[in-house]
Structure formats: C-alpha cells, structure tokens
Design a protein around this ligand. Sequence first.
Ligand SMILES: [Zn+2]
Length: 265
Amino acid sequence: MLLCAHEFAAVAERVQQAPRLLVLTGAGMSAESGVPTFREAQTGLWARFSPEDLATPQAFAATPERVLDWYRWRRDLVAKAAPNAGHRALAQWQRGHPGMDLVTQNVDGLHQRAGSTGVVELHGRLSHLRCEQCAQSLPWPDDDPGGVLWHQCGSGSVGGSRKSIAALAAPAGRLRPDIVWFGEALPAAAWEHAERRAREADVVLVVGTSGLVHPAAALPSIAQRAGAYVVEVNPQPTALSPEVDACVSGTAAEVLPQLLAMPPA
Ligand SMILES: [Zn+2]
C-alpha cells in the first residue's frame, strides 16, 4: 500500500512531532547498503553451511575456529558496505531530537557509522568479541592474529592464542563473537531498555523488519498497547502490517529522508 501524498504528510507530521520517537530497525534497513542478508551471504566457501550450522553455541563449542572465520568473513562484507540515505536521515534527525531512541536487530554497526549514538543492539555486534569466562566485551582487534582468540580476564584487551595467554598469571578466557546466537536470550539490559522505551514512546517507526523475529517482534505491540502510534516502513507488506496504524511502502533509503524532512503541513 502506497500512501497518497496527503496521508504521507499526515504520517510525517505525527512522526516529526512525537516528543518520544522509537525507531526499530531490521535487516531491510541495510539492504541498500549492500549488506547481504544472513542467508544471501552464504556464498563461496560458506555456501555449504547454513547459518544454523554456524550461529549457535553448539557450533562454537565444536568448531570455534570455523565459527570465528565465518564472522571474520561477515565483518569483511560489512566493512565494504556503507550507511545509506536511511541511516543518515535517522542520524541527522537524532542530532536535533534527543527524544529519539534507536533499537536495532542488525549487527552491522551501520547506524553508528552514519553518526547515530546510543544505539541499542538487540542481537549483538560484529565489531566486538565477548569473553566466555568474564563476559567482558572487547573490540575485535585490527591486528587480528587469526585462529581462536583468548584474553587475560580483567586486562581490558584482546590477547591472542591460548598459549600466549597461558604464560600470564591471571585467568584466561576464550573470546566468542559478541552476537546473540540461535537459542540464546537477548542481552537483558538491551531488552529492558528497548521494552521501557516502547512503553514510553509516542510514535514507533518500524523499519525493514518482517516482524517475525521474536522477542523483538513484540515491541511494536507493547508500544501500541501503551498508546503509541505505530508506523511501518517496508517495501512489501509483512506479518506486522495488519497490526500497525500506518504503512509506508518503500525502502528505508527511499522513505526515511522524506518522512523526516517533509515540513509539517
Ligand atoms: Zn575474560
């Protein structure tokens, strides 16, 4: 459903005048940045593996080097991508409107690269590793030595191989991607923050997500029950479409610059 011009202007006005705007983004947000979706990305060396073979605690326990190499490859794909006009529009809007919150299911970091701050990453981040022992999250090092990585707990930095860390006195922890895998719970603090913002929001903008990934899919209805006006931006109708107050048909890069730039009628 494509909204006609006056309907679009009315939706834009509601979005722009919301004291508290919550923006929820999913994979469609980054499609025009050239970030392949989880499944599209399974090409070349990785074509014989499904994400379910790699993005699980069981896969990491069995073949940690393979799982880390897959994430290294995905990090390279994302490094070649760039934020699109939709990411930039959100970042620009946020600078002038501190009442906006941004919650994403994406792990690609493109909102931050566009200039957004305080982004709540429900499914983790490709840019970081996390210690299995102490749960500390550390930036993936630029001088990645490859293989399975360890660190000295409490040191605040990524070390290297098990052998190099074993020489140190303090306890060592193995590092895993800082990603929420299949079968794992969302990070509690991120989820609680998102849920609270959903209850407080005046308007929720759902961008580029099918609404099918739980529990994040519950956020629009949590917001709606608390009185928010919910707007969906997607190229195609989704499972969420019948539930929302307005649908804007189009991609994030097409719709967001217009939605956030259109002067109030
Ligand atoms: Zn540790």
